[in-house]
Design a protein around this ligand. Sequence first.
Ligand SMILES: [Zn+2]
Length: 161
Amino acid sequence: MSTPSASAPIAGRHVVRVIANALNLSTPAGLLLAVLGRTRIQQGPDGLFVATGWRLPLPLARAFTVGDVVILRSDSWSERLLRHEARHATQWAWCPLVFLPLYGLASAWSWVRTGDVWSRNVFEVRAGLADGGYREQPLRSERRRRAQQSGTVGDGTRTEL
Ligand SMILES: [Zn+2]
């Protein structure tokens, strides 16, 4: 766990993201959310804002990103988590205005395929599942096949023979 160092200049590749997310209004929306969630907002690395202490019940995630604003429930974070959330900030820049609906569709797709909203969610996979603290689940069909081979049903319960 660490706290950010905001004194370093923003690398060139991040400047485009910062400008895009300012123009598509996702960063202003993220800052507004952070204020409404009564977080403490700090300047983070690579042009990110890090807002800590989110206390509202939703979303359930320990961290989420809107534009260039990484919003965290806790007051500290790991470099890996910040790297994961920074990739989401880039996704906001690439998918202005449609990021949330696309993310929702990708979550639904993942749930249908695996039973969770991240394992086959293209946004989470590309942000790095392990960096985000997620464990990839196999496809439901793969779990069923394994269960049939071992004589159990999906939850590990032994089947009646
Ligand atoms: Zn994520």
